[in-house]
Design a protein around this ligand. Structure first.
Ligand code: NAD
Ligand code: DAU
Length: 351
């Protein structure tokens, strides 16, 4: 896939992963026009992309992918050559309490984008709809084995089901209407700009404030962690060199049980905050398990490695170091996103 697609819509670019993807494309491809469409939900934050405001090839559009008329209008106006779709409700715990938000944004919102993209071109050849998805669509693994691109879908949470449904719609539009697409399914990301509802930034913030670290269930759940910039680089590779109609799994080759990860985080934070060894671990508090909690995720990223030569560029140690340093030197960002509605959410979740 080497066709020039220079007029690109990226959705969800004010969120965690999207902000890194947008920045990567704006800087690396100055001859592309990058349109960042985001509704600025609780998870979207213009601070994440403030540095791009004056870039000549960057444009921000505030809008909601649930709004059909608005979406049709921007596709008609800008005639995008390609879409990189990241906008989503992304937190599993919120999908347990408010599943409809996930159905509306992740399923219907994706369908709105597919319809508008299809309608905006007489010829779809040379265009591309890149759908960013998750390894959670595959369900939960036992002790052994890895998710490959041919693992059957078996989503377990409302979030995972909504992402699986959106993946199915993308493939169905490819099959039925010849819409050119690629899908990538990625493991757990971490890094700067991640909203402190997800494990790593939540625990960094809680350690900083000497608050309890709520470990769900027995803590022996496994996730495969990837530094967010490596995800952005993988998306770039797939966007430019991936095969049309294909799926690529992206992962960190980096499995950790929650407990081991939390212990590592605690010891790194003790060092950074110059607190006595073992003080952060004392904050660990076992709490009620997440409903339907998937036991283990682990990705076989062999296909993207073999076909596109991609592999993570930073080790977990390097990535965590960068992440902790970022959170500890961005007090204002953290204060801003944890004030207001966040406090209400936190009380409901953890008291
Ligand atoms: P995030 O929650 O940090 O950001 C989501 C962004 O989408 C926000 O800026 C939000 O304002 C925007 N958004 C939400 N609903 C919208 C709507 N209706 N219209 C327009 N914009 C809307 O999410 P993230 O963690 O950056 O995840 C981005 C994408 O990557 C998602 O599709 C997610 O499923 C996928 N993904 C995430 C991970 C991960 O570990 N975080 C891993 C694999 C895949
Ligand atoms: O695998 C990819 C997915 O990773 C993405 O698609 C999702 O958008 C992203 O949120 C993430 O989902 P998880 O549910 O794995 O991430 P989270 O950070 O919420 O939780 C990681 C693990 O830590 C999980 O086993 C639940 C546990 N956990 C989480 C929180 C927030 C706790 O034990 N305590 C907590 O307070």
């Amino acid at each position: 896939m080497t066709k020039a697609r220079k007029n690109i819509l990226i959705t969800g670019g004010a969120g965690f992963i999207g902000s890194h993807v947008v920045r990567h494309f704006v800087h690396k491809y100055p001859d592309y026009q990058i349109y960042n469409l985001d509704a600025l939900t609780y998870a979207g934050n213009l601070e994440n992309i403030k540095d791009l405001e004056s870039a000549p090839n960057y444009h921000f559009i505030k809008g909601n992918i649930k709004d059909i008329e608005f979406i049709n209008g921007i596709f008609e106006k800008h005639q995008f050559d390609a879409v990189i779709h990241l906008a989503a409700e992304s937190h599993v715990d919120r999908s347990i309490t408010n599943p409809n938000d996930f159905i509306e944004t992740n399923v219907l919102g994706t369908a709105n984008l597919l319809n508008a993209f299809k309608a905006s071109h007489d010829l779809l050849e040379d265009k591309l709809f890149y759908h960013v998805s998750t390894d959670e669509v595959y369900g939960s693994l036992g002790k052994e084995g890895l998710f490959t691109e041919t693992t059957p879908y078996d989503p377990q949470s409302p979030y995972a089901a909504s992402k699986a449904a959106s993946d199915h719609f993308v493939r169905a539009y490819g099959n039925t209407y010849g819409l050119p697409f690629v899908i990538s399914n990625c493991s757990n990301n971490y890094g700067p700009n991640q909203f402190p509802e997800k494990l790593i930034p939540l625990f960094i913030n809680n350690i900083k404030h000497n608050k309890p670290l709520p470990v769900y269930g027995d803590g022996n759940y496994t996730r495969d962690w990837l530094y967010v910039l490596d995800h952005a680089i993988a998306i770039d590779e797939i966007f430019h060199r991936g095969s049309m109609g294909e799926t690529y799994n992206i992962g960190g080759f980096n499995e950790w049980t929650n407990l081991n990860l939390i212990q590592l985080l605690c010891s790194l934070m003790d060092e950074k905050l110059k607190r006595p060894k073992g003080s952060s671990e004392k904050l660990i508090t076992y709490v009620k398990d997440r409903a339907g909690h998937d036991r283990r995720y682990a990705i076989d990223a062999g296909k993207i490695n073999k076909e596109l030569g991609w592999k993570p560029s930073v080790t977990f140690e390097q990535g965590l170091e960068k992440t902790l340093d970022w959170y500890l030197s961005n007090d204002e960002w953290l204060e801003n996103v944890t004030s207001g509605a966040y406090q209400e959410y936190y009380q409901k979740m953890y008291s």
